[in-house]
Design a protein around this ligand. Structure first.
Ligand code: K1U
Ligand code: ZN
Length: 190
């Protein structure tokens, strides 16, 4: 298992529409394993494939704090079947570190996805789990939480991001070095 490099905003890789997984191959299993490791290491409550440079429709989610792999969801080719209600939640994004902003989303969702055994299953979620499912499925369509903000809030978010990013990059490099991994240089400037 490996902690993968995170793709950071404004990298174009975050703007692609991901392609469906056709078959559960060893490559898919390895990607999922590394995504889980990367999410727990960050730490985060979710991670989508484009955030680690893949164009596959895969996301992993564990909203339990402290983390509990028993509550891990692996969602392959997820689709939202139902949305209802409205909720405002302060969201973060591992590709836009240091920025937390309130976003309005559906309060409850029903999502259909496939697991690593190739079985289709449904999740009915509300609160943070519903917010996280929507945030991650947005990633698979090239949509970021910034896109849900007003122009003013969007500008404020980018200002915070530019100010705090250098320290975050340094901290992450230190952390990866301690794990014996060399961090990749950032792929694009904010
Ligand atoms: O997809 C991502 O960028 C991960 C993101 C998911 C998310 C968080 C909050 C609301 C919606 C979606 C994160 O995990 S940011 C980090 C975070 O929120 C967190 C980290 C550790 C413990 C608890 C939360
Ligand atoms: Zn995100």
């Amino acid at each position: 298992m490996a902690v993968l490099d995170l793709v950071l905003y404004p990298d174009d890789a975050l703007r692609i529409s991901c392609r469906p997984v056709e078959a559960i191959t060893d490559e898919v299993r390895k990607l999922v394993e590394d995504m889980v490791e990367t999410m727990y290491d960050a730490p985060g409550v979710g991670l989508a494939a484009p955030q680690v440079g893949s164009d596959l429709r895969i996301t992993v989610i564990d909203c339990s704090v402290p983390e509990d792999p028993a509550n891990l969801w692996v969602l392959i080719n997820p689709t939202i079947l139902e949305r209802s209600g409205s909720i405002i939640w302060e969201e973060g994004c591992l590709s836009i570190p240091g920025v937390y902003m309130e976003v309005r989303r559906a309060e409850r969702v029903v999502v259909k996805a496939m697991n690593l055994k190739g079985e289709t299953y449904e999740i009915e979620a509300d609160g943070l789990e519903a917010v996280c499912l929507q945030h991650e499925i947005d990633h698979l369509n090239g949509v970021l939480f910034l896109d849900h903000l007003s122009r003013l809030k969007h500008r404020m978010a980018l200002k915070t991001y530019k100010r705090t990013l250098p320290a975050w990059i340094e901290e992450r490099a230190e952390k990866l070095k301690k794990k014996g991994q060399e961090p990749a240089p950032p792929r694009s400037e904010p």
